[in-house]
Design a binder for this molecule. Structure first.
Ligand SMILES: [Zn+2]
Length: 519
């Protein structure tokens, strides 16, 4: 027995040495082991005892929309703090990041076509626009103003009117006729086989000096005495897309500017186009509109929500996972990004339940201000980690202690792979960690950089940060009034929470921090 033990020990030792063998400075072999036992526990918890359906339903049905700095958002952040506590996270906090204008909440809205026929119309007010006093019956006119000359043409014709301010959108019927297909094997292969970063963008043509800005156009409507601006910017059947008042970013969501502006109402394309076509026949259109909004009195700070699973022997080092908690205001935004937030909450819940003892600290971040320009994550990164290329911000001590950030924000589709963000140093590591999830369809590594969400804030300052390659799925009415629980692919999201938990865990257990670009 003793001799056998010794022989086995020698064989094991040789295998370990082989595993770490260096050839020409390149380490070969399995240097990024998978903790298969931990993966098994994570899968069991995530697939057999998932809390995702409950979390997603609560967030979309009970909490609803969460516009940055709204009262809706404050209520939801208080819930998130309770949820982090219930899960068992430490160092929970609501951390303010910037002065962010006054709060804005829509509290009541109705829109009806009165003449030439009665119809309820679907729309909603644009963020950071004022309400209307009482119930208004208004004549509607087409006022599609793009140039200075157009403006002259409409002088004196808009007083007391509701104006159709955008051209009638063309409705995209391919959503009905073809639906939305998941990525095919061929398309995934193409994503994996595009090793070179895209070339420089074509320079923009010079701006046409005759055009006026949206701010100038809306100022003209106000000067001319119009009462409400109607618009429709969506070609999606039945959906209303609408964001914030033009100029709100520049005046920093100021109370004065909001109160002084005309109300703007986004209308769904079918109803908007109906009014447009009637008016083109020279038949009058009359509507009734009622809008109540609550506009805050004083400037407040927007905030992120954070919590931690403290690490053990490397607890000063941090691995982060996150998603933006803020949404646009017309629906609960189940896909963008309630789904991402729920996945992050579920991932840390799974890690707590399976008794994970990470070496590094695992920190969850539920960002705010993403929809208005990735403000929450950017300000957080500047404050805690710094920006070496910007001397005004400089390098913060925690920059050295950061390992990686993982984000979800490309809808609710399942992870089919990951984007390396042009960091080839992590290819082998991620390939190894994807191994236990091949059966879930997690197979593709794309070298490319992707953008438009919170991992960019980390990547820009040189910190490893990643977004998963998510499946294309139907039903996602991101940024519209049609983004509810019902169209979420819950099984996709369960897979994501399991993969996220495993990636974060393995990052927290690795001997070294994840390698950075250019190292
Ligand atoms: Zn988003």
């Amino acid at each position: 027995m003793k001799k056998n033990h010794h022989t086995m020990f020698t064989i094991l030792l040789s295998l370990l040495l082989l595993a770490g063998l260096h050839v020409n400075g390149q380490t070969i072999g399995k240097q990024y082991p998978v903790d298969w036992e931990m993966v098994a526990k994570i899968r069991e918890e995530g697939f057999h005892r998932s809390e995702l359906p409950n979390t997603l339903s609560y967030m979309t049905d009970v909490l609803g929309a969460r516009l940055t700095n709204s009262e809706d958002m404050r209520r939801a952040q208080a819930w998130a703090m309770d949820e982090l506590k219930r899960i068992g996270l430490k160092n929970r906090k609501i951390e303010p990041f910037m002065d962010y204008g006054v709060s804005w909440d829509n509290t009541y809205f109705s829109l009806h076509l009165l003449e030439p026929d009665y119809q309820v119309m679907v729309g909603y007010p644009i963020a950071h626009t004022p309400g209307i006093t009482g119930r208004k019956k208004l004549d509607v006119v087409i006022a599609d103003i793009k140039t200075k000359a157009d403006r002259e043409e409409f002088k004196g014709k808009l007083k007391g009117k509701a104006v159709l301010s955008t051209p009638p959108p063309t409705i995209d019927l391919t959503r009905y006729s073809e639906g939305v297909q998941r990525w095919s094997d061929e398309e995934l292969r193409e994503k994996a086989e595009q090793p070179l970063p895209p070339g420089p963008r074509k320079p923009r043509p010079p701006a046409n000096p005759d055009l006026i800005t949206n701010v100038e156009r809306n100022t003209f409507f106000k000067e001319e005495g119009a009462v409400v601006i109607l618009e429709s910017r969506s070609g999606w059947p039945g959906a209303v897309r609408g964001f914030a008042r033009p100029g709100a970013k520049i005046d920093k969501w100021a109370r004065e500017e909001t109160v002084a502006h005309l109300p703007i109402v986004a209308v769904n394309p079918e109803h908007y186009n109906r009014m447009y076509r009637i008016l083109e026949r020279d038949i009058p259109v009359k509507i009734q509109v009622e809008i109540e909004t609550t506009i805050g009195k004083k400037v407040q700070k927007a905030s992120n929500v954070l919590g931690e699973i403290p690490g053990s022997n490397k607890k000063k080092e941090v691995v982060m996972l996150g998603a933006h908690f803020d949404t646009w205001h017309a629906s609960p935004n189940a896909s963008d990004n309630t789904s991402g937030v729920a996945v992050m909450l579920e991932a840390v819940r799974i890690l707590k339940v399976v008794g994970a003892r990470p070496r590094r600290t695992i920190r969850i971040a539920l960002w705010s201000g993403e929809e208005q320009g990735i403000h929450g994550s950017r300000e957080y990164v500047y404050k805690h980690f710094g920006y070496p290329d910007d001397p005004e911000i400089g390098l913060k001590p925690d920059y050295k202690k950061f390992s990686a950030y993982f984000n979800q924000d490309y809808g609710p589709g399942q992870y089919r792979g990951i984007y390396l963000q042009e960091n080839e140093h992590v290819r082998q590591i991620f390939a190894s960690w994807m191994e236990p999830f091949k059966d879930l369809g997690m197979t593709t590594i794309s070298s490319q950089s992707v953008g438009s969400t919170d991992h960019v804030a980390f990547d820009r300052v040189g910190l490893p940060a990643f977004q998963f390659l998510q499946d294309r799925v139907g039903g996602t009415g991101g940024h519209t009034n049609m983004d509810y629980y019902d169209t979420l692919p819950i099984d996709d999201l369960k897979k994501n929470a399991v993969i996220m938990a495993s990636f974060v865990y393995h990052t927290a257990m690795l001997d070294e921090k994840l390698p950075r670009k250019g190292n």
